[in-house]
Design a protein. Structure first.
Length: 335
C-alpha cells in the first residue's frame, strides 16, 4: 500500500502591521458583490492559480503589490517551490469572497463567514487600501485540499495582492471542524485512542489561513485537544508490553496516519511497536503481527470497530534521540 503523509504547507506572507486609523467599512459577500468587481477578481484568481502551478515567477510578481514584494523577499520562490507541487493537476473552487469599502486606509477589517457555528470562521487583516477584496479558494480534484487565502487591495484602477496564504485545508475531504466533531463522538462513546487520533488530525489542519484565519470553534478545539491527549496518556501508559503474545512486543506509540491510495483514502491509526525479532525474518514478524492483530481490540477500546484499516510498524528498538531506527510495516484490513 502506498502511503502519503499529509502535506503541511504554511507560507506566512503578509505585510507588517501599520498604525491603525479610526474608520468604518461596508462589506459585501459572495453573490451580493457587484458583478463587474467580482469578474475582475475572478480573472486575477485564475491567473494567480495558473502562475503558481506553472512556477511563472515573472507572472506572479506582476500580481503582487510593491509593499508585499518589499516585505517578503522570498515570497515568489516560496509560492513556486511549495505551492506548485501541492496544486499540480488540480483545479479550484471558491469557498467565500468578500468585498470591503473603507473610509480610510490602515484600518482592521474583520470578515465573519455565513457558515454554521461548527464550520464557521473569522478572517482578520489590516486594510492598506480603501477598497479590499478577500478570496478564500480551495483546490479540487485531489484527495487533500489546499486553501489559498488571498487579499487584494485596489491601487488606482488596479487590484494587487497584499496578503497571500497557502495552507492544508482538508484531508480526505474533511476539514478541521469535521475531525473535531468526529473526535467528540468517539470520546463520548469512550473510544479515547480514536478520539485522540481525530483531534490530532484536526490540529494538523486547523490553521489553513495562518494567523489571518481562525475557525469559530478554535478555542474549543484547542481545549478539547489538551483534554483528550492528556486523558489518553493517562489511560494508556506507554510503553505497553503485550504479555499475551509469546514474543512480548512493546507498543510505544500510536498516531494518525493519512492513506491516499484510491478507494482507501482516510485517516487510520498506526501502531508503533518494538520487536525482538530480526527485521529480516519477515515470516516470524508476520506471525507475531498476526497475534497482535488478534489481540489489539483488547488493548485499545473501539479501535477495531471504528476503523477500516489499522497500520502497524515493527521497530528493532525503542526510539532514542539521534539514533536511526529500522522498521517493517503491516496492514490489518478490517472491513
Amino acid at each position: 500500500m502506498k502511503k502519503h503523509l499529509p502535506l503541511a504547507i504554511l507560507i506566512l506572507l503578509a505585510i507588517s502591521l501599520f498604525s491603525c486609523h479610526v474608520g468604518t467599512s461596508g462589506t459585501w459577500i459572495n453573490g451580493n458583490i457587484t458583478p463587474d468587481i467580482k469578474n475582475q477578481i475572478d480573472q486575477l484568481n485564475k491567473t494567480l492559480y495558473s502562475n503558481i502551478q506553472k512556477k511563472d515567477k515573472a507572472g506572479l510578481k506582476q500580481l503582487l503589490s510593491s509593499a508585499l514584494i518589499e516585505k517578503s523577499t522570498k515570497l515568489i520562490d516560496s509560492l513556486s517551490d511549495l505551492g506548485s507541487p501541492a496544486l499540480s493537476n488540480t483545479g479550484y473552487e471558491i469557498i467565500d469572497e468578500y468585498y470591503t469599502k473603507n473610509t480610510t486606509t490602515n484600518v482592521p477589517n474583520t470578515l465573519i463567514s455565513s457558515l454554521s457555528n461548527r464550520s464557521g470562521y473569522i478572517v482578520n487583516y489590516l486594510a492598506l487600501n480603501e477598497e479590499m477584496y478577500a478570496s478564500l479558494l480551495k483546490s479540487t480534484n485531489s484527495v487533500n485540499s489546499i486553501m489559498i487565502l488571498v487579499v487584494y487591495g485596489k491601487y488606482g484602477s488596479d487590484w494587487k495582492i497584499n496578503i497571500i496564504q497557502l495552507g492544508a485545508y482538508a484531508l480526505a475531504g474533511y476539514t478541521a471542524p469535521d475531525y473535531y466533531e468526529a473526535a467528540q463522538k468517539l470520546y463520548n462513546s469512550g473510544d479515547i485512542i480514536d478520539a485522540a487520533d481525530m483531534i490530532i488530525t484536526a490540529a494538523q489542519i486547523g490553521n489553513p489561513g495562518g494567523h489571518f484565519f481562525k475557525y469559530k470553534t478554535e478555542g474549543e478545539m484547542k481545549n478539547f485537544y489538551s483534554k483528550v491527549v492528556k486523558e489518553a496518556n493517562s489511560v494508556y501508559k506507554f510503553p505497553i508490553t503485550v504479555g499475551a503474545i509469546k514474543t512480548k512486543p512493546v507498543i510505544f506509540g500510536i498516531n494518525p496516519q493519512f492513506i491516499g491510495e484510491k478507494g482507501k483514502e482516510g485517516i487510520y491509526p498506526i501502531i508503533n511497536y518494538k520487536t525482538d525479532i530480526q527485521l529480516t525474518d519477515t515470516a516470524a514478524l508476520r506471525i507475531e503481527n498476526n497475534a497482535l492483530q488478534k489481540d489489539i481490540a483488547s488493548i485499545f477500546k473501539g479501535i477495531v470497530e471504528n476503523n477500516n484499516h489499522i497500520l502497524y510498524q515493527a521497530f528493532d528498538q525503542l526510539p532514542k534521540a539521534g539514533k536511526p531506527m529500522h522498521r517493517y510495516g503491516f496492514v490489518q484490513k478490517i472491513k
